[in-house]
Design a binder for this molecule. Structure first.
Ligand code: NAG
Length: 242
């Protein structure tokens, strides 16, 4: 009995020793990584603020005489708070073409601070007076992005010129939308209608051509048969007379 107890004690000690070794190995691998993390967190100063600006038109279609909402989103993608943020759209000065429903001041916005990861948005409403082209353009932005005093300047994405449709065209689009459902989504635009129209047209044309060709072919075959029969009859007669 005592011998068995000793063996058990020995085994327990061996297991403990292996476990300790394993712990030491794990710790020696893990330690440097932890130490590096600590160093990163304490030594490196946070990066500057980075304000990204996105400009977009909210409506699907821009139509003359109707509201067009332009939304501007500012997002701080940097690591420091952005201060004294000023955004401004310089377009829509021509009052012959546009009416700025929300007033001149609505083209710009200021924010005391935008925290890292934070997004803010402002919008303004213009009504195009004529069909044609809606100016795209960009929104410019300036802010203090570091702990110092230098101002950072930036600008938004540039919106391409967007077509301004007439009310009549808008109604055609609405009609096409109905047509889209009627044709199970196959015909969505005027081009689609023209394209499918042509295909349907050419299918009809091909069927007609085929029919004509078949008729001709049958005719030719019938004529050949007649000729063959006639020549057989002729040779038959010749043989009989001979
Ligand atoms: C057009 O925009 C203005 C300002 O936002 C709003 O007061 C008005 O109701 C809008 N009109 C339509 C028809 O949506």
């Amino acid at each position: 009995m005592p011998a068995r107890k000793q063996t058990r004690a020995f085994t327990a000690r061996a297991v403990a020793r292996v476990a300790l070794c394993a712990l030491v190995v794990v710790a020696s691998f893990a330690n440097p990584i932890v130490a590096q993390d600590d160093a990163d967190a304490s030594d490196a100063p946070p990066g500057p603020a980075r304000v990204l600006v996105r400009k977009r038109i909210v409506e699907d279609l821009v139509v003359e005489g109707s509201n067009v909402t332009v939304a501007v989103t500012l997002t701080n993608a940097g690591e420091t708070e952005a201060r004294k943020v000023k955004a401004r759209d310089d377009g829509f000065a021509n009052e012959d073409d546009f009416e700025l429903i929300t007033g001149k001041e609505s083209l710009s916005a200021t924010y005391a601070t935008i925290a890292p990861g934070e997004s803010v948005e402002y919008s303004f409403v213009v009504v195009p007076k004529k069909s044609g082209s809606f100016p795209g353009g960009a929104v410019s932005v300036s802010y203090l992005g570091t702990s110092g005093r230098e101002t950072t300047h930036g600008s938004s994405n540039v919106l391409g010129a967007t077509p301004v449709y007439t009310t009549m065209q808008k109604n055609i689009f609405a009609a096409l939308k109905v047509g889209k459902y009627l044709t199970l989504g196959a015909c969505r635009t005027i081009e689609d209608w023209v394209k499918y129209g042509t295909i349907i047209g050419s299918v009809c044309g091909a069927l007609l051509l085929n029919w004509v060709a078949l008729k001709v072919k049958k005719g030719v075959a019938a004529a050949r048969r007649k000729m063959a029969v006639a020549s057989l009859e002729r040779s038959d007669r010749r043989e009989k007379s001979a």
